[in-house]
Design a binder for this molecule. Structure first.
Ligand code: AMP
Ligand code: ZN
Length: 117
């Protein structure tokens, strides 16, 4: 069994679960979070399964660059350059990660406050 067989986001990449896709490249997918925490809340993932950003950097650093470039594309598509936005990578239990397929949250459209709860 490959990593992706029981992974929610791998199933989404495989079109087994519907997604509201915002942007797509050969290596990445950006789609709206099902439970948005802000007016813009988009998740950017590598299509290939990695459990977190550290795993991507360790194995294939150029893929992290792809993920970041797609996040910047989403920022542009959502018109967030001027007002600003937040990129978040919840990692591990203390970081609040619930889906163990690496993803970057792109949040914007309201004042987000700091620090997070
Ligand atoms: P994290 O807590 O950082 O692991 O983020 C996982 C995110 O995935 C949460 O914000 C969820 O709302 C989101 N999520 C879970 N299932 C889906 C889905 N089927 N489509 C889109 N977003 C999802
Ligand atoms: Zn996966």
């Amino acid at each position: 069994m490959s990593d992706g067989d029981d992974c929610l986001f791998c199933r989404l990449v495989a079109h087994e679960i519907p997604a509201s896709v915002v942007a797509e490249t050969e290596t990445t997918l950006a789609f709206r979070d099902i439970s948005p925490a802000a007016p813009t809340h988009v998740l950017v993932i590598p299509k290939e399964h990695y459990r977190d950003m550290a795993a991507i950097i360790a194995d294939r650093p150029e893929l992290m660059s792809d993920v970041m470039a797609t996040a910047m594309e989403v920022v542009g598509l959502e018109g967030l350059q001027e007002e600003g936005y937040r990129l978040v990578a919840n990692t591990g239990a203390s970081g609040g990660q619930t889906v163990y397929h690496a993803h970057l949250h792109v949040l914007g459209g309201r004042g987000l406050g700091w620090p997070p709860g």
